[in-house]
Design a protein around this ligand. Structure first.
Ligand SMILES: Cc1cc2nc3c(=O)[nH]c(=O)nc-3n(C[C@H](O)[C@H](O)[C@H](O)COP(=O)(O)O)c2cc1C
Length: 182
């Protein structure tokens, strides 16, 4: 039977939205009815019709996007009954996805008493190009992150470039695996 799935995300620069769109494509190709919602624009009011919900967030300075946290808290009573998968787009996940999943998802959701059916930190995008939209403060933070990670990423992180570490197959497979649990 066709499943109805909500993918609700919060993004700062678009990587988390593009992951949501890739998941929509993968789930749609398998006959699911998928709604994708940017939580900054819309807070879905009625979640009762969904068989499963996927929530995604960008990580900025160790934090989830505020609108994603609000959505989780507003519907806190629902998450014990509803099938929930959670992903984040992160730079830490480039070098250590397990630790990023633990730090940014498991520990954060523990604080809210939420145990998702699936959780994954995906390597995201680090824009170190001269054309990046980051102001000087963010550029400074990012170059610090970059310097730290360049050591452990075998030089894969390039200064002066857009570093896109997204693994589209893994992103789609995450959604497909979740679908198979519904
Ligand atoms: C100012 C800034 C701070 C960031 N801080 C973190 C961080 O603390 N931990 C992390 O894993 N990634 C961090 N990142 C990396 C982002 O999470 C990554 O670029 C992600 O793909 C962005 O997703 P978005 O395009 O949906 O906003 C940071 C990025 C920026 C620009």
């Amino acid at each position: 039977m066709s499943k109805k799935i909500l993918i609700a995300y919060g993004t700062r620069y678009g990587a988390t939205r593009e992951a949501a769109e890739a998941m929509r494509e993968a789930l749609g190709a398998r006959g699911s009815e998928v709604n994708v919602v940017d939580l900054k624009q819309t807070m879905p009011a009625n979640l009762s019709g969904y068989d499963g919900i996927i929530i995604g967030s960008s990580i900025q300075a160790g934090q989830w996007m505020g609108e994603v946290k609000t959505f989780l808290i507003q519907n806190q009573q629902l998450w014990t009954a509803k099938k929930l998968a959670v992903y984040v787009s992160s730079s830490t996940a480039i070098t250590d996805a397990a630790s990023a999943t633990d730090t940014y998802i498991t520990k954060e959701l523990d604080k809210l008493g939420i145990t998702p059916a699936a959780a994954r930190a995906f390597p995201g995008v680090i824009d170190l190009s001269p054309k990046s939209r980051h102001g000087w403060l963010k550029k400074t933070i990012l170059s610090l992150i970059a310097k730290q990670q360049a050591k452990s990423s075998d030089g894969r992180l390039k200064l002066g470039e857009i570093n896109d570490f997204r693994d589209w197959n893994a992103i789609k497979q995450f959604a497909i695996d979740f679908l198979s649990t519904l």
